[in-house]
Design a protein around this ligand. Structure first.
Ligand SMILES: C[S@@+](CC[C@H](N)C(=O)[O-])C[C@H]1O[C@@H](n2cnc3c(N)ncnc32)[C@H](O)[C@@H]1O
Length: 250
């Protein structure tokens, strides 16, 4: 799996919290975490969810991500010292303990491009779930073709960045119908000096039947398929596939 500069480059990583706001996925995980003594955030990024979950209760919270630049931001955030941050790969990391809740938010699951990588990530979830623990993650529904919105025309916006000042931002995108993989570019032009920061990222859009099969193979079972993080039930037109489940009982 290639390294994604969007998360590995400190200047690009520094845009993550400017571009993303606390939203329904964090709220949903927060309510699922109620009563949980331990939470694992896989693909935790800049760690705002993990830090919030560690701050609000006496619980063990671990955040795992392979991107050092994202983890540096996570460690430095208020409350970051209450989380155990682990630089690791969601496909292979083994922490030697189990959790009451395992989450992947912000469509982190889509970084796993092949069914083999997706299965490996699901096996990581299974290996870290307590017998009564639950997992949840989101993956965009390919039927909605959300990538069509990520063109330069529709995505162009201006950011007021705390370090770089005014920045013009946009994306471009390519969809490979043979693999279902979407490659998107992220561009930030710093207005003051004209410098361009950019990355190319690849994400998968696995269809629901593929997710269902892999989840079963990993030894997991889904209790509910949500269609968004506010709790709406899944329909074929939902923007997201959000399985909420647990270990498969043998
Ligand atoms: C879109 S961000 C989501 C971050 C965070 N979960 C959130 O909701 O803000 C995707 C994250 O997945 C991480 N990632 C990439 N490859 C990964 C892997 N093999 N295992 C675990 N995480 C990975 C990236 O470094 C990045 O932090």
């Amino acid at each position: 799996m290639e390294q994604d500069r969007l998360y590995q480059d400190p200047d690009l990583a520094d845009f993550y919290d400017v571009e993303n706001v606390w939203s329904a996925d964090q709220d949903c995980c927060r309510s699922l975490a109620e009563g949980c003594a331990s939470v694992l955030d896989l693909g935790c990024g800049t760690g705002w969810l993990a830090a919030a979950l560690a701050a609000e209760a006496e619980r063990a919270v671990f955040g795992v991500d392979p991107a050092g630049a994202m983890l540096d931001i996570a460690r430095a955030r208020p409350g970051g010292d209450r989380v155990t941050w682990v630089r690791g790969d969601g496909r292979s990391v083994r922490l030697g303990r189990r959790f009451d809740l395992v989450v992947l938010t912000g469509h982190a699951f889509q970084v796993f491009l092949t069914p083999e990588d997706q299965l490996a990530a699901l096996r990581t979830i299974a290996a870290h779930l307590a017998p009564t623990g639950r997992f949840i993650f989101d993956s965009r529904n390919p039927a909605v073709e959300e990538w069509r919105e990520w063109t330069p025309e529709t995505s162009a916006h201006r950011i007021d960045h705390p370090r770089f000042g005014a920045v013009d931002a946009w994306n471009d995108v390519e969809h490979n119908p043979a693999t279902g993989v979407v490659t998107y570019g992220t561009y930030y032009r710093i207005v003051a000096d004209g410098r361009l920061l950019s990355s190319r990222s690849r994400i998968a859009f696995p269809p629901r039947p593929q997710l269902e099969a892999l989840i079963g193979q990993a030894g997991l079972a889904v209790d509910t398929w949500l269609g968004d993080w506010t709790g709406a039930p899944w329909t074929p037109a939902s923007r997201d596939h959000i399985p909420l489940g647990r270990l498969l009982r043998s």
